[in-house]
Design a protein around this ligand. Structure first.
Ligand SMILES: Cc1cc2nc3c(=O)[nH]c(=O)nc-3n(C[C@H](O)[C@H](O)[C@H](O)COP(=O)(O)OP(=O)(O)OC[C@H]3O[C@@H](n4cnc5c(N)ncnc54)[C@H](O)[C@@H]3O)c2cc1C
Length: 389
């Protein structure tokens, strides 16, 4: 076991302290701790899982996500992701495609999150795995972080627990359930899948198909919980429901071997959620704890990295959490409004048909809409402090 692994597996001792703590070692929490560590601040990451793990995610990384990873010093090209240049849309038997306005890549979250967490550790952050935070509160200008075994105090904390809520800090529940499954596609399907991301609509939700490293096909979907109750949660019942509605889904997944026994799931997705109320001046909500954009946008990872970095920069310049939240949400607002309007079109069968007809006539309109749902204001973020590579 190398020293890095030893350090990761230790339980934080009662007296352990740091300038800041990240509650969660996903993209937002790791980016937060990494940015602080490389600017000379001490940071601890408390991650509830023992080791690398999968997340419900389409694993499509936009240009924004890649720019932010490079800013953090990650060698994105070395991760061996699958290149994506085309967006294919399918609705029933109809399909069309459009060029993406940027070069995207498909990388599994298993690999990506572990890469960023390890980078944070190399930069000097201390990572404690298998350490679940139970409570987080401000106590007279300091943050108290309580785990199952001990309580810690620090100057500031990032609430970076993603889809999992911490007691006392709820987010609203939405009606959609998210899933992810990995498959080994046939050679013929691989030829059709490589270079493209597929967005396939069905009654009650949509699917995203994207190749990731090692020739694996990643499928993520969201589905209304009432429909899920009728069809069941297994891969067999859900995939046959999708195949009945989408010949293209059937074509791309026929003969593919499931890599897992059952899909990974997350319920109650609060799409459109924006945490505008302050928790405390010392507690910075980041990633999905700050705001949740509809999944089809494929920009959630960019928002997670950007907010983690921005929260760290706020701490470096002594900006309180409420000012940080106001600034971030004002920046997100136009992107969220456009994504919400498109979400509405996708969800309504009649509007979806009209949208599909428009997309087939004017593929450049699709390219434009993809641009419109990208995160803005990165320049200020990544030039406000010097990037180290
Ligand atoms: C169906 C679906 C498809 C998506 N597709 C895409 C896509 O293709 N591209 C894209 O960019 N985005 C996509 N997203 C969005 C993206 O997955 C999220 O926005 C992103 O993962 C948020 O990162 P995060 O760091 O905030 O949270 P997470 O990635 O959820 O990380 C949170 C971490 O905190 C840990 N944790 C939780 N609770 C505790 C606790 N109490 N104590 C300690 N640790 C804790 C967890 O174990 C986890 O490691 C998709 C989302 C869904 C639901």
């Amino acid at each position: 076991m190398n020293p890095r692994e030893q350090k990761s597996d230790e339980t934080p001792s009662r007296g352990a302290t740091a300038d800041a703590i990240a509650v969660g070692g996903g993209l937002a929490g790791s980016a937060f701790a990494l940015e602080l560590a490389r600017h000379g601040k001490s940071a601890m990451i408390f991650e509830r899982m023992r080791g690398p793990h999968h997340k419900v995610c389409g694993e499509f990384l936009s240009d924004r996500t890649q720019t932010l990873l490079r800013y953090l010093g990650i060698d994105v090209d070395a991760l061996g992701g699958s290149p994506v240049e085309t967006l294919c849309l399918a609705n029933g038997a109809k399909r069309t495609s459009a060029e993406l306005p940027f070069k995207a890549i498909g990388i599994s979250r298993l690999l990506l999150d572990e890469t960023v967490l390890t980078a944070a550790e190399r930069a000097g952050a201390t990572v404690y795995r298998a350490t679940s935070v139970e409570r987080l509160e401000d106590c007279g200008g300091r943050v108290r972080v309580q785990t199952a075994r001990a309580t810690f105090e620090c100057r500031a904390a990032a609430l970076a627990s993603g889809k999992h809520n911490i007691r006392g800090l709820p987010r609203p529940d939405g009606p959609m359930v998210g899933f992810k499954m990995h498959l080994r596609p046939t050679d013929a399907a691989c030829t059709a899948l490589i270079g493209s991301v597929h967005l396939i609509a069905f009654a009650g939700g949509y699917l995203g198909l994207c190749m990731v490293e090692d020739g694996t096909l990643s499928i993520a979907w969201i589905i209304n919980s009432q429909i899920l109750q009728l069809i069941g949660t297994s891969w067999a019942t859900q995939s046959s429901y999708f195949a009945k509605q989408s010949p293209i889904f059937d074509e791309l997944t026929a003969g593919a071997a499931p890599a897992w026994e059952k899909p990974l799931a997350v319920s109650g997705l609060p799409y459109g959620f924006m945490r505008s109320a302050a928790i405390a001046p010392t507690i910075y909500p980041v990633g999905d704890q700050l705001a949740v954009i509809p999944s089809f946008s494929g920009d959630g990872t960019a928002l997670a990295l950007a907010s983690g970095i921005a929260a760290a920069q706020s701490i470096l310049k002594c900006e309180g959490a409420l000012d940080f939240q106001r600034r971030m949400l004002a920046n997100y607002k136009p992107q969220f409004q456009r994504a919400a309007a498109l979400d509405w079109v996708i969800a309504d069968p009649r509007l979806r048909n009209v949208g599909m007809a428009g997309a087939r006539l004017f593929p450049s309109m699709v390219t434009m809409l993809v641009s419109a749902t990208r995160l803005r204001g990165l320049d200020g973020l990544i030039s406000s402090t010097e990037a180290r590579t």
